[in-house]
Ligand binder design. Structure first.
Ligand SMILES: *Cc1c(COP(=O)(O)O)cnc(C)c1O
Length: 424
């Protein structure tokens, strides 16, 4: 394909995607296919001879679309919302076109710098404390991760390194293995499974902290397990608080938990993967109070902020904690701006789309975007409850769109919940 054909095919693809999204409500949300549907429809191995673009294109409707779950359908109510928008799609084209790999500042300066500046913008949009921003010479800053799971894993690993160094400096006779065996991480019994997985990958113990009748972890619950574990010789080092839990969107009490973590030298990470976007609205910002005690914070613009998958925004108070845990500088990546670029060298892929999006939708646009959504959501929850004979959830939680009866179940069930409510 040369540039002339790319222009032609590119325009066709844009039309195809625009048509797809404009008429997505006409498609059945969950496909009528059985596991293994795809393999018989395509050849066993890649073709020896080239095929025409037209033929490949035809297969989208013939082979792929029949097996697609349409996450952007207005009738999709499973899991969680996944964001997308036209400016984000355009920005992805630009990213693909530039196609740079931003593993260091020198590998593409705009890549690293734009990411840092855009995460400052986003941090200011949710009113994160100054310490989390990179600014011109701040100690903190933001970095884009692929997923919230990665953000939790990275913060747990950084906390692990930091704790091992501290304990070793106080007790030089202890080996790294001695300390590793005693480290313990904590999260709510409502926390996302990715927290437990981070501990599995990090090779450390993890314990659940019991939540109360509002599914919230409060300070006394954490204090109780910490005291027990310290008495039995364990070293508590990491606590993952959740703002907007997966089962019911409950919020852990940061203002009680934060001071305990700070006092006990425990790294507090906040997983706000789902609910974080709502903090842009002044009405919901109070739910983030206490973030000033955290070491790291994360939310997913790809869930609720118009950015298509994958884009998870993570901030740390001290960039040096991450750099200290993961820094490797092989000779072939060194360059003569090494020192000066450390300031913004986050070694991560930059998505230009942040800039696109925040400029196109701007701050004033983001609040009205969220509020009607929330109202709609609450109405939807009530409707599901009434139709399915369930008790409406307690409290004022502003989501978690995941009632099993509304899920298109993978075990062969149909969209019963949606059908029962006449929503399909
Ligand atoms: C969705 C979600 C996650 C997982 O997010 P990924 O980006 O898919 O890893 C983690 N925690 C919470 C609270 C979530 O809502």
């Amino acid at each position: 394909m040369d540039a002339a054909e790319f222009r032609k095919r590119g325009k066709e693809m844009v039309d195809y995607v625009a048509d797809y999204l404009e008429k997505i409500d006409k498609r059945q949300v969950f496909p009528d296919v059985e596991p293994g549907y795809l393999r018989p429809l395509i050849p066993d191995c890649a073709p020896q001879d080239p095929e025409s673009f037209e033929d490949v294109f035809k297969d989208i409707e013939k082979i792929i679309m029949p097996g697609v779950t349409h996450w952007h359908s207005p009738y999709f109510f499973a899991y969680f919302p996944s964001a997308s928008s036209f400016p984000a799609l355009l920005a992805d084209i630009l990213c693909g076109g530039i196609g740079c790999v931003g593993f260091s500042w020198a590998a593409s300066p705009a890549c690293t710098e734009l990411e840092t500046v855009m995460l400052d913008w986003l941090g200011k949009m949710i009113n994160l404390p100054e310490e989390f921003l990179a600014g011109k010479d701040g100690q903190g800053g933001g970095v884009i991760q692929g997923s919230a799971s990665e953000a939790t894993l990275i913060s747990l690993l950084a906390a692990r390194t930091k704790t091992i160094r501290r304990v070793q400096s106080e007790n030089p006779e202890l080996t790294e293995a001695d300390i590793m065996g005693r480290l313990v991480a904590y999260a709510s019994d409502q926390a996302h499974s990715s927290v437990e997985r981070a501990a599995l990958i990090g090779g450390v113990k993890i314990k659940n902290v019991s939540s109360d009748d509002k599914f919230t972890v409060c300070g006394s619950a954490l204090k109780k397990v910490l005291d027990e574990d310290k008495a039995s010789g364990l070293i508590p080092f990491f606590f993952c608080a959740t703002l907007g839990t997966t089962p019911c969107c409950s919020f852990d009490r940061l203002l009680e938990l934060g001071p305990i973590c700070n006092k006990e030298n425990i790294w507090m990470h906040i997983d706000a993967a789902y609910a974080g976007s709502a903090f842009i609205c002044p009405e919901f910002r109070h739910l983030l109070n206490g973030v000033e005690f955290a070491d790291s914070f994360n939310f997913n613009p790809h869930k609720w902020l118009l950015v298509n998958f994958d884009c998870s925004a993570m901030w740390v108070k001290k960039r040096s904690d991450l750099i200290g845990a993961f820094k490797l500088e092989p000779l072939y990546l060194q360059h003569h701006h090494q020192e000066r670029s450390q300031q913004c060298n986050v070694n991560m892929w930059c998505k230009f789309l942040h800039n696109f999006l925040t400029r196109v939708y701007h701050l004033k646009g983001a609040c009205p975007y969220h509020l009607p959504y929330l109202i709609l959501f609450l109405e939807w929850v009530m409707l599901i409850c009434v139709c399915c004979g369930l008790t409406p959830p307690a409290g004022k939680h502003h989501t978690a769109a995941c009632s099993p009866s509304a899920l298109p179940l993978w075990d062969g069930g149909e969209n019963q919940g949606n059908e029962a409510c006449g929503l399909r």
